[in-house]
Write a protein that binds this ligand. Structure first.
Ligand code: PHE
Length: 339
């Protein structure tokens, strides 16, 4: 064999690899050239019969051939294994592309962000506390009577060491006041836990946003009402009405429940507001002097209010969500509405 014949075999072998239509055909080509009796080993064996002057060049080219053939074989093997990915043969560039589905912010995160933004403009900063709380922060310092039913193991998830999963975001009030002197103006979104049986409006795991404003200058119930009325307008639109109803919370005195006019019927009465025209949004009140004593504040020299609201409730009203469980199931058919 001479150099010209070698170069012809080289070209022909690569063309054969490229022409192999499937893996079986490719295997035949491999055997023909690289098999035990294949053309490449046979060529190597012929080296000693080549004229001495041509031998070094012949050896170089034979090695180059073996290498080139091996590479071509690898390329073709991959192409046959994954035709579309490699762009080989069957790629149809006229097919429409596959678009990745756009993600969306979860409705609970949306409400938290929006409430936080509104109170941020009123000077409230975000404070944080742990989900696992002490009896003192969650109950005692909040002036909850020792035998209050909410402390019962039937309502609260207790740990063996007298700690618990917080039943409300109110313990963050205590943490904030223990950590700094007045003025305090915080908003605290977070997760809460109660032993509720899950149904369309209850979940053992839910979210609240707490607000606390304490100052050494007089703060009154009128300030609380103005703050929540401003929040209501920002959140629900300028036409919304706000009313306070007397209520009881251990850590505020006086205490109120806060209603907004129903956003659906604008106060006319409908199914959502059970014909009343109002929807309960928050609990609130003036901080009880006993709470100030628990955190080492002088009850004679500080004034303040607190409020707390359920985030799920606001999200359900806002987005017309009928069942609270939709908020936790991560069903894309539900979440896609918020994209
Ligand atoms: N923590 C109360 C609850 O979970 C709500 C509340 C917060 C009431 C702050 C008054 C002041 O029901």
């Amino acid at each position: 064999m001479n150099l010209a014949e070698l170069s012809a075999l080289h070209d022909e072998s690569l063309a054969a690899v490229r022409a192999a239509a499937d893996t079986a055909a490719l295997e035949q080509v491999r055997i023909r050239y690289l098999g035990r009796n294949g053309l490449i080993p046979a060529t190597m064996k012929q080296l000693k019969e080549v004229a001495p002057a041509e031998r070094p060049e012949f050896g170089r080219r034979a090695n180059a051939w073996r290498q080139a053939f091996g590479q071509e074989l690898t390329v073709r093997t991959e192409a046959l294994a994954a035709p579309a990915a490699s762009g080989g043969g069957t790629f149809d560039c006229t097919l429409p592309g596959r678009w990745p589905r756009a993600g969306a912010q979860h409705p609970l995160s949306r409400v938290i962000d929006e409430v936080t933004r509104i109170f941020g403009r009123l000077g409230f900063t975000v404070a944080d506390g742990p989900d696992i709380e002490t009896r003192f922060n969650n109950f005692t310092a909040l002036n909850t009577a020792t035998h209050h039913p909410s402390m019962d193991a039937a309502d609260t998830f207790w740990f063996d060491d007298d700690r618990l999963l917080r039943t409300q975001t109110s313990p963050v009030q205590i943490r904030a006041m223990l950590a700094q002197p007045p003025p305090v103006r915080i908003i605290t979104p977070g997760r809460c836990y109660r032993r509720d049986t899950t149904d369309a409006t209850h979940s053992a795991n839910f979210h609240q946003i707490e607000g606390l404003y304490v100052d050494t200058r007089p703060v009154s119930l009128a300030d609380l009402k103005a703050t929540l009325a401003t929040f209501a307008r920002e959140m629900m639109g300028p036409g919304v009405g706000v009313r306070f109803r007397p209520h009881f919370f251990p850590f505020t005195e006086p205490s109120v429940e806060v209603d907004f006019t129903c956003h659906l019927c604008r106060g006319q009465g409908c199914r959502v507001c059970k014909q009343s025209g109002w929807i309960e949004i928050a609990g609130a009140g003036m901080v009880d002097p006993r709470v100030y004593r628990h955190v080492g504040y002088d009850p004679e020299g500080v004034y303040g209010f607190a409020f707390g609201m359920g985030i799920e409730r606001i999200a359900m009203i806002r987005y017309g969500i009928a069942d609270i469980r939709h908020l936790y199931e991560n069903d894309l058919r539900f979440l896609a509405q918020f994209a």
